[in-house]
Ligand binder design. Structure first.
Ligand SMILES: NC(=O)C1=CN([C@@H]2O[C@H](COP(=O)(O)OP(=O)(O)OC[C@H]3O[C@@H](n4cnc5c(N)ncnc54)[C@H](OP(=O)(O)O)[C@@H]3O)[C@@H](O)[C@H]2O)C=CC1
Ligand SMILES: O=C(O)[C@@H]1CCC=N1
Length: 266
């Protein structure tokens, strides 16, 4: 198996680190390249044992998968690097938000089989949620699904579902981190030091996540379990429900989804 990453930034490194740590792919089977930041790429070679190369012919030769992991804005440059050497058997896996399968096939030049995937940075700890959309001619889908299961839970969607997945779970961690940031700031306002506010918030979130991973009850039931009649939680929730929280979240996700659609316009 030879998997080549064009791009070695946040998302690519989360994926290849997740795969190596889980043992699904050997570090020696992974090749990475970047645009110009050779120092960062070499650090991955040293820490994980992956191959680093800037020789596009060597990178593309006999590749089973080429993962397109640059920003969408850099895709044309990446396609130019790949096009002269791309072999028909190589499957292209795009993590780029908003770039359609048809454009990838057109710019890569050989109409190779393409899968668009939308993981998130939780891939680093093998807890990503991955949207996957395949081109019609993509064979042996199970192999890719299995590779991706090594760093998260998969949801196969039609390509039209990718904008929603991008907003919901690709960008999703950032929206949650933003909420945690505000929570920590509010703890500081209550009188906790900055350090304690951060520590309390972090452990609150970790503990809540662990509870969710172990208990099957609905969010509503878990909330109700905490809420004593006329107690502190009820008082807090009464205030929280005065704000249009769901509307705020819906608008946030809507903006992210619309941006994903916009990125697909050339
Ligand atoms: N971050 C996230 O949470 C998620 C991101 N994505 C998608 O992943 C993609 C990458 O995002 P992210 O990892 O955050 O971005 P980063 O900026 O962290 O990484 C981008 C990488 O692309 C490389 N690159 C740029 N141009 C070229 C080129 N011509 N040839 C080879 N490599 C190139 C950069 O190299 P250099 O450093 O040398 O410039 C860098 O290694 C985006 O398309 C995004 O939509 C999808 C899901 C989640
Ligand atoms: O912000 C972005 O465009 C990418 C896609 C999903 C997460 N990060």
């Amino acid at each position: 198996m030879k998997i080549v990453f064009f791009g070695a930034g946040n998302m690519a490194s989360a994926i290849f680190t997740g795969m190596i740590e889980k043992g699904t792919v050997k570090a020696e089977d992974i090749y990475i390249t970047s645009k110009s930041n050779r120092v960062a790429a070499m650090e991955f070679k040293e820490s994980l044992g992956v191959n680093v190369s800037y020789d596009d012919a060597e990178l593309c030769k006999d590749a089973d998968y080429i993962v397109l992991a640059s920003k969408p804005q850099n895709f044309t440059d990446v396609a130019e690097r790949i096009r002269p050497y791309l072999e028909k058997k190589t499957k292209l896996i795009s993590v780029m938000a908003g770039i359609h399968i048809a454009r990838i096939q057109e710019e890569a030049g050989m109409e190779n089989a393409v899968a668009r995937i939308m993981p998130n940075t939780n891939a680093m700890v093998q807890y990503s949620v991955n949207g996957i959309a395949f081109s019609d001619d993509f064979d042996n889908k199970d192999e890719l699904i299995e590779l991706m299961a090594s760093f998260g839970k998969n949801v196969v969607v039609g390509e039209e579902g990718m904008d929603n997945i991008t907003a919901a779970t690709g960008s999703g961690p950032a929206f949650l981190y933003y909420i945690y940031e505000q929570y920590a700031k509010s703890l500081e306002e209550l009188g906790f030091s900055k350090e304690d506010a951060e520590k309390l918030t972090r452990n609150l979130v970790i503990g809540t996540g662990k509870t969710l991973s172990e208990r099957p009850e609905s969010f509503e039931q878990l909330r109700t379990d905490i809420t004593s009649k006329a107690g502190t939680t009820e008082a807090g929730l009464d205030t929280l429900s005065e704000f249009k929280l769901q509307e705020m979240i819906s608008k946030t996700l809507g903006s992210a989804r619309d941006r994903s659609k916009k990125l697909s316009e050339r």
